[in-house]
Design a protein around this ligand. Structure first.
Ligand code: GPV
Length: 833
């Protein structure tokens, strides 16, 4: 309040409030001004990067005005907000998105042309913000877009990693990781040097008893690291609402070097202290669907949760409301178990700092949180060793023990005859060392738990959380099927398709209500529409073919069937099944007569994705794909009939080129392993068909688009356990076609076969955990059906158009509305204009 401008001066102030540009000329003026002043460049010294920088700054100014107003409005109205806690936000580029969301891309296009640049080249200068691994991080980014577009008062909280996901280079067919230093020039963040939170680690806990017997715990000693806030504006589409993403960076507590050490000559150790503090937010852990239990990761998690909770509690306290109001004002969503420490942290704040008694505090805590589970894979479920916890966060471990005690006492009362259940559901696993099961803590501390697609939400209720469904009843568990933002994944990535749809629907309303897409089904037989639709797909394939040529040197025919699998490399996602299928196809082509070859649709198999640096099997798969590509692409006898491409460094901006350019994309995880998948939605929305297993969101996609429009294959989730068992204890027989593929590999056709022996042995000798052999025949058969279907281009286009028309359900707007209603109980807040 003291900082606000006094009433008499406000008129002058308001007179000079900057006005956003709205014409190409005004845009040019702002851009040139930024280039010449903010960036100190000139007419004679302005390359594409400087022009990107100037353009970004001009758009940033626009965002800031809306952002400030949005935040003021949210503070003033003070209705319930949602806080989305995610260790990953895979945002990609911001400029194109900002232009489209504020409706000024045409203005910028014209302005940049007048300044002598092409907008595509300018947009292409931006470095991706890649603070995430894969689907989980990109989902968080789509959610931020939808939250702002739907005017929900919402903040994201994350970590400001200095290094995002590594850049992938392919050298001699092997993945090489290069650090992703992305902060050289980042106009989209604002350092808030005045928003700093002290975060404590290590130390000891002592208990004191006051006169009326109440005990207080004091956590002291240890070390302090500071969290500095960096804010990123998140513009909604065609709304003034601009939400905030707050990312925390770590720094040493004294700010600069420790003065005492510095002056006493311990310069080096003072620098080392600072570097150690900064290490906390230095780098994103590059594992997808895997928990490695590293101390620094636990430090990251606590650092981020403690800073975020402090911030949220401080904001609440400013309103002077009673504590019992907290869950009416604050909803906190946990994106997987990574932020589960927020639960004991809020309990700690309430009992140790605010003096609430345990039960009152726990009532508040357990009404505030919602937990989203993103996997049932056992190797991905987070567990932390008790000794590590004890050392790093002694007070939190005590609180977790108390939470557990209360919980187990409750379970014992409810199920007195089932003592063996206690060990199963305990937050503490009685192993050596003992482990803290974060997923159980997240379930116990949240009022709702959701999975991310129907099958997955059913599976968590019958497998990992089975006992908890009995304890809490089924209503605590729910499903919210994932979605994607149509702004980025249709309008931005595929502007021509978006425009075609708009021309038929009488405008772009479908970008705010994607169910309106169903209306284009009326044009499925319209000759001109079909022609235009095909031309757009072809043009998008030409663009991808150019990219392939530029980055790999391989020429691919844009008329060939583009078969794409892009996602993190993981055994459960089964890129190995795909590449074995490619080898099978190659062997078949080699055996074909000229007549038979004529009937075959030429194909380009395109792969992309990163392997976690320590994941040897995944790296072997990348190596195999590259070796197979090397042989096939050089085989003159095969020519255009088959090409195999590995696209280096798959990321969000590359996905925007790839998603519109597929004919078929592959979503072929072992049934029951892929929680949802979201790229399946991106490809369908762009008129690509998919081949997939009955897994994750593929099942609901099938329900929406119709089973004639999708190529499903393989065993069902319900049969996986029995098959695995039979591999180990029955008579195991390898699929004969797969055996032929393995023979080809073992004959050194793709280079030294010993490089691939672990991959092959995993299937032939070690139980084929991912059922590659069981699904191989069905997979190859379905690929043949695809060849056949592709030969009938008319039918293919019908399928593709129908698919697009029926994808309305998979908007992240629908998804966010479901969270808002069922989990958060929040309402939109109309922007003040
Ligand atoms: I756990 N997911 C991910 O990208 N990284 C992870 O560490 C974990 C889950 C993904 C799932 O694998 C996808 O099936 C899902 O679509 C996505 O999270 C978003 O829910």
């Amino acid at each position: 309040v003291e900082a606000s401008i006094p009433e008499p001066q406000r008129a002058a102030w308001k007179k000079f409030t900057p006005k956003p540009f709205s014409t190409p000329e005004e845009f040019e003026r702002e851009t040139v001004r930024h280039i010449e002043t903010t960036l100190a460049r000139s007419l004679y010294n302005c390359d594409e990067f400087a022009t990107y920088a100037g353009t970004a700054l001009a758009f940033r100014d626009r965002l800031i005005l809306d952002w400030n107003r949005t935040q003021q409005n949210q503070t003033f109205t003070d209705q319930k907000r949602v806080y989305y806690l995610s260790l990953e936000f895979l945002m990609g580029r911001a400029l194109d998105n900002a232009m489209l969301n504020v409706g000024m891309k045409d203005v910028a296009t014209k302005g940049l042309t007048e300044l002598g640049f092409r907008i595509e080249d300018i947009v292409d200068q931006e470095h991706d913000a890649a603070l995430g691994n894969g689907g989980l991080g990109r989902l968080a980014a789509c959610f931020l877009d939808s939250l702002a577009s739907l005017n929900y008062p919402a903040w994201g909280y994350g970590l400001r990693y200095r290094y995002g996901i590594f850049k992938q280079e392919i050298i001699d067919g092997y993945q090489v990781e290069v650090p992703d230093y992305w902060l050289d020039f980042n106009p989209w963040e604002f350092a808030r040097h005045d928003i700093i939170v002290d975060i404590q680690f290590y130390g000891n806990v002592s208990k004191y008893q006051d006169d009326d017997g109440k005990t207080t715990s004091v956590w002291d000693g240890g070390e302090i690291v500071q969290a500095v806030a960096y804010d990123v504006p998140i513009p909604g589409y065609q709304t003034a609402t601009t939400n905030n993403l707050r990312l925390w960076a770590s720094k040493a507590a004294s700010g600069e070097f420790d003065f005492q050490k510095f002056n006493s000559g311990e310069y080096e150790s003072s620098v080392a202290d600072q570097q150690r503090a900064e290490t906390i937010s230095a780098v994103l852990y590059p594992n997808d669907n895997l928990d490695r239990g590293k101390e620094l990761r636990l430090k990251q998690q606590y650092f981020w949760c403690a800073a975020s909770l402090f911030d949220i509690v401080r904001r609440f306290k400013k309103t002077k409301r009673a504590w019992k109001d907290f869950p009416n004002q604050v909803a906190i969503q946990l994106n997987d178990t990574h932020p589960t420490l927020a639960i004991p942290e809020l309990q700690r704040i309430l009992i140790d700092q605010e003096g609430l008694d345990w039960d009152e505090a726990w009532g508040i805590v357990s009404k505030t949180f919602g937990y989203t589970n993103h996997t049932v894979l056992p190797e991905a479920l987070e567990k932390w060793s008790v000794p590590l916890f004890q050392h790093l966060l002694p007070r939190h471990l005590q609180i977790i023990y108390d939470i557990n005690l209360n919980f187990l006492q409750y379970v014992e009362r409810r199920f007195p005859k089932e003592r063996e259940m206690l060990g199963r559901v305990s937050i503490i696993e009685e192993s050596s060392p003992k482990m803290v099961r974060m997923a159980y803590l997240a379930v116990i501390g949240s009022h709702k738990v959701n999975g991310v697609a129907e099958l997955h939400s059913d599976l968590i209720k019958t497998t990992i959380f089975k006992d908890f469904v009995r304890i809490y009843g089924p209503d605590k568990f729910t499903n919210v099927t994932n979605g994607i933002t149509p702004r980025r994944w249709l309008h931005q990535a595929n502007p021509r398709l978006s425009e075609l749809i708009a021309s038929k629907l009488g405008g772009y309303d479908f970008l705010k209500d994607l169910t309106l897409l169903h209306k284009i089904e009326a044009y499925v037989d319209d000759k001109d529409f079909r022609k235009e639709f095909r031309e757009i797909k072809y043009a998008n394939k030409v663009r991808l073919a150019k990219h392939i040529k530029q980055t790999t040197g391989v020429t691919v025919n844009p008329a060939a069937l583009f078969d794409v699998q892009v996602k993190r490399i993981h055994e459960y996602k089964r890129q190995q099944l795909n590449i074995f299928g490619v080898i099978h196809r190659y062997l078949a082509i080699k055996a074909m007569s000229a007549e038979e070859r004529k009937k075959l649709a030429p194909r380009v198999s395109i792969f992309g994705g990163k392997a976690a640096p320590g994941y040897w099997m995944a790296k072997t798969v990348i190596h195999l794909i590259n070796q197979v590509g090397k042989v096939i692409n050089a085989d003159k006898d095969v020519g255009d009939l088959l090409k195999v491409i590995f696209l280096e460094d798959y990321n969000v901006s590359k996905a925007e080129i790839i998603a519109p350019a597929s004919d078929i994309s592959e979503h072929i995880s072992t049934a029951g392993t892929e929680a949802s998948g979201t790229s399946n939605m991106k490809f369908c929305l762009n008129g690509g068909l998919i081949i997939g297993t009955c897994d994750g969101a593929n099942i609901e996609i099938t329900r929406e688009i119709g089973e004639n429009n999708i190529f499903l294959f393989g065993n069902l989730a319900e049969d996986v356990d029995d098959l695995r068992h039979s591999h180990l204890y029955g008579t195991y027989s390898l699929d004969p076609s797969l055996a032929a593929v393995f023979e080809a590999i073992q004959s050194n056709l793709f280079g030294d076969a010993t490089a691939f022996s672990a991959l092959v042995n995993g299937i032939v000798a070690h139980g084929d955990y991912y059922l590659v052999s069981d699904d191989f025949a069905s997979y190859c058969k379905t690929q043949e059906l695809i060849d056949e279907a592709y030969r009938n281009q008319e039918e293919w286009v019908t399928k593709a158009i129908t698919t697009v028309a029926r994808m309305g359900f998979f908007s992240s707007d629908r998804c966010i509305d479901e969270y808002a209603e069922v989990i958060w109980n929040i309402e939109p807040l109309a922007p003040k204009v």
